[in-house]
Design a binder for this molecule. Sequence first.
Ligand code: NCD
Length: 308
Amino acid sequence: MARLSSKDVLRADQFSVDEVALIMETARGFADALARGDVLDRMRGKILSTLFYEPSTRTRLSFEAAMERLGGKVVSVAEAKSSSAAKGESLHDTIKTVEGYADVIVLRHPQIGAAAEAADATHRPVLNAGDGAGQHPTQSLLDLYTILEEQGRVEGLTVTLVGDLKHGRTVHSLADLLANYGVCFRFVAPDALRMPSEIVERLRAKGITVDESSDLAAAIPETDVLYMTRIQRERFEDPAEYDRLKDAFVLTRAMLEPAKDSITIMHPLPRVNEIATDVDGLPGAAYFRQAANGVPVRMALLSLVKRE
Ligand code: NCD
């Protein structure tokens, strides 16, 4: 039986297919309960601490809303500069301290591996809400949930990931997560921002078809799920390089003319310029539904990692 009690959530590829199925099923149950207006108390008496050392709107607010919806409480550091990290405190010491205040810790941090380091420092469950250009596993779970909601299945779909595949942690996690479901990948990126080769090799070793190009128009007709991403300005050392690449792909309604009627368009948000607003009215434009799905999926994660 899949069990997640007291576990950390650090990477998308840590989960077995059974564990993912349990998370999806639990999330669906919570979505139904929210739709009915049920008042829940699964996390009553528990405290979540959200520590965000990088900007966030959706991830932090949906984790906090999830905890509140489950009857729990939240203590939060929303800005690193308002915490003792600004005084030079190590991540280890911050986490050891927060362990005394909260039952579950959600961390977003600019360094790859920071969540794993935090997990080593505490016996409390640590949920990685993004570690630099590394992973964003809870996002990929809500992305999978969204694909299942929108398409009714995931096996056999052609999933096209577009944009900054080099620095984008959402696409790193999503690629690893979907690799267990027999999807067909198309990666569309400027040459300088291709998916890291170790991820592509990992996928191919699992027998997944991966097609890499920089031609978005050519990928659209076969695509079932089009996943647009932002060029990650904060990861560039050279601002001129960012300026050169920032508008590499801008999806417009006209470009979707040859797309399947059933196409689902996703984006982890925030969007800067990647999707023209004329796309928002299409039935397949799922990005705001996707953001809303963060609440039931994070409710599922919080309730499943709770110590029994
Ligand atoms: C993403 C992130 O922080 O990695 N946002 C999110 O969590 N929804 C995507 C991004 O910032 O581009």
